[in-house]
Design a protein around this ligand. Sequence first.
Ligand code: SF4
Length: 634
Amino acid sequence: MESCGWAGKILRVDLSTGKVAAEPTGPYADRIIGGRGIGQWILFHELDPSTQPVSAENKLILSAGPLVGTLAPGADRLSVDFNNPQTGGVGSANAGGHFAPELKFAGFDAVVIEGQAAEPVFLSINNDEVKILDASTIWGKTTWETEDLLRKHAGDNRLRVASIGPAGENLVSGACLIVDRSRSAGRGGSGAVLGVKKLKAIAVRGRRPVQIQDPDTFIKQARICWHKVAASSAMNVLREKGTIGVSASKHVRNGQLEDWPTERFDRIRWPVWNKFEISRLACFNCPVNCSHFYKIAEGPYARLAGEGVEANTIRAFGTNLEIDYPPAIFKLSTLCNQLGIDIDFAGAVLGWAFESYQRDLVSSQDTNGLELDWGNYEAAIQLLEAIAHRRGWGKFLAEGVREAAKALGKGSEDWALHIKGADINESGMRHDKAWALGISIANRGGGHLEGAPLLLRLNASIAPDISNRLFGVTDVGPINSYEHKEKMVFWQQRLKGAFDALGICYLLSQWYGLDALGIEDLVPLFESATGRNTSAEELMLYGQRIHNVEKAFNTLHTDISRKDDYPPVRFMRERIESGPFAGEVIHEEEWNNLLSSYYAIQGWNPETGLQPDSLIRGLGLDSVADKLMRHGCI
Ligand code: SF4
């Protein structure tokens, strides 16, 4: 029978042998739906615990959920799952754009990349025709050059390309895969995983429709969702202002401060909104068009054009480094896309480097002549390029702040902002306790996109009945209190898992606003697309399963446990000096209590933060528990 929703096949590519094969998606979809679910399932079950992340034995799975490529709004997400070079544990990143729908149109729900090529190659997928081709002429090129050359080579402007840049080729730990020029599967080091495999790019073109089981019902529900997104006030802000519109991020001087003069912040925001933007872009089938396309007309970066000054860009390169010259921030952001570096990684590493210089722990002799004074954007640009190419002092920074601080010592660990080894670029962790929890307990290492709640930060008023339905309490308390924050994070993580499994953009979800898409909205979409019955509770359960498979991966491959679920020491020792949250800090005792409450709601061991056998089996994950048991991890 023809598969509906799912394309029906998973592609396996062994770069060591050159073997290419397809297998049915069905058995995986039955267990864990798709997208991030399938990626994590394959990763957990197929990787030996002795696998090194930057090695031929690692696998990287690109996957698209069953709604990807359909008329559902924001049905565009590509999940990228791998053993994480930064933490040694689970890696999972997510990108928008048009690559994932194209993969479905080519007839595949996922591509599993295995082994290691002897020489640089790229993967060409043109419907059923899959080839591993020589990449010697594109190795060394930026992601933008790679995309242009592959399109030219194929004679097809609609070819969709995911590629690594020089950072990935040079195995920089924060290197990432870039899709459609500026959509990054940012977190975790996917670029280094592909770099060691010598896989420069994956180019895909497909011409098959995604089959829908009940088209009339599906189109009706897709329309309802489109209207809901169009009417959402949260989505309108996102459309008009991009992610900058809702996140007044103040992560200043590598997190020393959280207060910045409004006029300096506006010096960045207003030109970005009012001067440089020339158009809006959207991912596949998205009504929000949150991506803004900019062009710089004058100055040292004149003619620079592209997408993406986002909230995290301003955080990483604006407030963090005290750069208030928007073209320079745009230049740094563009460089990250071209070189294939995660912006959050870059922000953390540059912040640590600048602060170490300011504290006289390194000199301009160490930095190859660069003077790392706050605001020196030319130095930041040169240092970023040096990191991507592992040149000079850049080589020292290429492993991220945990390793750099270990090597430098002299107390520099205190301002090395990472969680579990994953460099972070986050604001507001000291006062926003739910946000801090979601970031700190993320399986992939620090980051807010695995379950850090945004609602309180957006000043959303949560009606008691809605709060009760979502979190099980009528009032979750103020943003800076610890009470009930574990409930918010637990809900958020499951919601994110479900959206990722189906392939819908998380920005369209109730993460961003209660008037956006909820899990209930996805039930009729999933049912009419696939013909499978489900419920909101079941989709949330799938989200929980995915999160637990990832957690189990960490247990199997690392010693990550309760001791690693803490924010960077800076946020626990240094109070906010000024601004609306002056005096806030994360208190150790309250944090310990919050962690225990969180483990309790997850059903994990409060002492260790690890999963008991009964919990994993109770979630229907017997094969996960069996593997943990075989390896003595449970
Ligand atoms: S909200 Fe933005 S990131 Fe999400 S699908 Fe739409 S355009 Fe893409």
